[in-house]
Design a protein around this ligand. Structure first.
Ligand SMILES: NC(=O)c1ccc[n+]([C@@H]2O[C@H](COP(=O)([O-])OP(=O)(O)OC[C@H]3O[C@@H](n4cnc5c(N)ncnc54)[C@H](OP(=O)(O)O)[C@@H]3O)[C@@H](O)[C@H]2O)c1
Length: 272
């Protein structure tokens, strides 16, 4: 247990982010949690206190829309206000939209791209600079939550998959750039996971056999398993990590098989 260290988690009010908060809190970390819904943050706070009543570490909560232009700076200012140096930044907040791109609501698409891409880039920029100026005894860490959808273009999830391709590519380059500054950078890429994500994306109706929503619900893994991977990757040399056997196979196939073999299968699986 390391009670001195602080982890900042975006999107910690629900799903994978909430499990990440619990995992780190259980290990003695102080938390800074940013999420959209203040009520969800209050529930998280109560659940965390119930987990560790003997030795409760602070849980700082910031309800904030990370798609606001000044949001990342607001997060950094909040850390100053509460006098917190961040040892681990976890960019987890994100959402997807499932439909033909031309049929989606453009404002929603733009908000998704802002959250999945611009907020990740801005927070990495601000906190890499903050981390460079701190002198930690153990390396500082940035973890970005990607997705297996990053590994190939996906019809009906075109903009979402492309946004996660940005996250993986960006994270792998950042890992090299920040090595000499003693900052470890990782990308955790879950496949389908049992969280409200599927409902938000428009994939809640899993009644039609063989549909994308049906398959997604069938193979979905637990958010706890994803959180465990995010926790265990700290201090390792692995940059990109994929939880679960099916997702690992997916990763290997998209990396080692030629695109002319992979893409037609993906198109058939998702374009329905
Ligand atoms: N679940 C999956 O199948 C899956 C698969 C691969 C990758 N991922 C990735 O995993 C990450 C977490 O997703 P999840 O599955 O845990 O979904 P989730 O349960 O819907 O959680 C998303 C979190 O992001 C927050 N959020 C959404 N919009 C925000 C905004 N504008 N500003 C601040 N926070 C915002 C949400 O807050 P509210 O709850 O208040 O809206 C929520 O706490 C995402 O990056 C997602 O792309 C998920």
């Amino acid at each position: 247990m390391n009670s001195q260290r602080t982890v900042l988690v975006t999107g910690g009010g629900s799903g994978i982010g909430k499990e990440i908060c619990k995992r780190f809190y259980n290990d003695g970390y102080q938390l800074v949690v940013v999420s959209l819904d203040a009520g969800e943050l209050d529930v998280l706070h109560d659940e965390l206190l119930a987990l560790n009543t003997a030795n409760a570490q602070p849980v700082h909560r910031l309800a904030l829309d990370l798609t606001r232009p000044d949001a990342s700076q607001r997060v950094s200012d909040f850390c100053d206000e509460i006098h917190c140096d961040i040892d681990i930044l976890i960019n987890n907040a994100g959402f997807g939209l499932h439909d033909k791109h031309a049929d989606l609501n453009l404002d929603q698409v733009n908000a998704m791209l802002h959250l999945n891409i611009l907020a990740v880039s801005s927070l990495c920029h601000l906190f890499a600079n903050r981390m460079k100026h701190s002198k930690p005894s153990t390396p500082n860490t940035i973890i970005n939550i990607g997705s297996t959808s990053a590994f190939q273009p996906i019809p009906m999830l075109a903009a979402y998959a492309a946004s996660k391709a940005f996250v993986v590519s960006f994270t792998e380059a950042l890992a090299v750039e920040l090595k000499e500054d003693g900052i470890d950078v990782h990308c955790v890429c879950p496949g389908t996971t049992k969280t409200p994500f599927l409902d938000v994306a428009g994939l809640s109706d899993n009644t039609r056999f063989g549909s994308t929503a049906y398959i997604a619900h069938k193979i979905a893994m637990s958010p706890k398993d994803v959180a465990n991977l995010a926790f265990n990757i700290v201090g390792t040399k692995q940059t990109t990590a994929v939880p679960g056997l099916v997702n690992k196979l997916h990763y290997q196939m998209t990396h080692w098989l030629p695109n002319v073999m992979v893409q037609p299968v993906v198109n058939r699986l998702f374009n329905r």
